[in-house]
Design a protein around this ligand. Structure first.
Ligand code: ZN
Length: 248
């Protein structure tokens, strides 16, 4: 290789490197413009820079939007209120380092179902609203041909340690910070009530519906324990926001 062809090759490499940088810059900035422009043609539920709307269709960016709303109490409350969820603000409950509720409120209605008033934190209410709207109602319509009128719960906040089938565990329960809620069943628009205790082990559409909403809860909560887990959960789903990911 002569000196001149060597230099030409270096020039050529530098030119292609430069054009790749320019290309990436153009793609990046037009991508950013597409996302951030106020009149972008991209729908909000496909735009990671936009805030979560509970009732919008679920897309690849929904989890990303949800995580942002979960991390910001003001946004969490605004998202619930926009969706028509009744979550009345309460002062934070401060007990000690193990127990208390931050982002506290009283939840008494989700997007389209009633809930007997329950004190919980905003993040738990938001996950519950996503589950209700995207899992529970569609499953009721598909499997049972009716709507869910109310969710029956067994409470959220409880300053206690974890319970296991072997007895009490030393660790604190996620209920001690209202990061969980226990759901016992549903009231249907056709006047019937389904409970995990009575209907989980049955055959037919009622049990199929309960199994489907239990499985679907894993999309919106990191830890979900059903009657399949152990006898302590025979009468409820334990739906827990934070955790390592466990669905049973
Ligand atoms: Zn629980």
């Amino acid at each position: 290789m002569t000196k001149r062809t060597g230099r030409r090759r270096i020039m050529h490499l530098a030119a292609s490197f430069f054009s790749i940088i320019v290309f990436l810059f153009l793609v990046g900035s037009s991508g950013y413009l597409l996302l951030s422009h106020p009149k972008t043609p991209l729908p909000d539920h496909w735009n990671p820079l936009r805030d979560l709307t509970v009732t919008a269709p679920v897309t690849l960016v929904t989890k990303f939007q949800l995580n942002r709303a979960l991390a910001d109490e003001a946004q969490c409350r605004a998202t619930l209120s926009e969706a028509g969820v009744t979550f009345s603000r309460m002062e934070d409950l401060v007990i000690d380092q193990n127990c208390g509720i931050s982002g506290r409120g009283e939840l008494s209605g989700l997007v389209s179902t009633r809930v007997r008033g329950v004190e919980t934190r905003c993040t738990t209410a938001l996950r519950l609203a996503m589950w209700e709207h995207h899992v529970v109602q569609p499953a009721a319509r598909d499997v049972l041909g009716t709507d869910v009128r109310a969710l029956r719960h067994l409470g959220s906040y409880n300053c206690r340690r974890m319970r296991t089938a072997q007895g009490q565990d030393g660790r604190w329960s996620s209920h001690a910070t209202a990061d969980s809620v226990d759901i016992a069943g549903v009231d249907l628009a056709d006047g019937r009530t389904l409970s995990l205790l009575q209907d989980w082990n049955a055959t037919g559409p009622d049990a199929a519906f309960l199994r489907r909403i239990g499985q679907g809860a894993c999309d919106w909560f990191r830890v979900v324990l059903s009657p399949n887990f152990n006898r302590l959960h025979a009468d409820h789903f334990h739906l827990q926001g934070p955790g390592w990911g466990y669905c049973r």
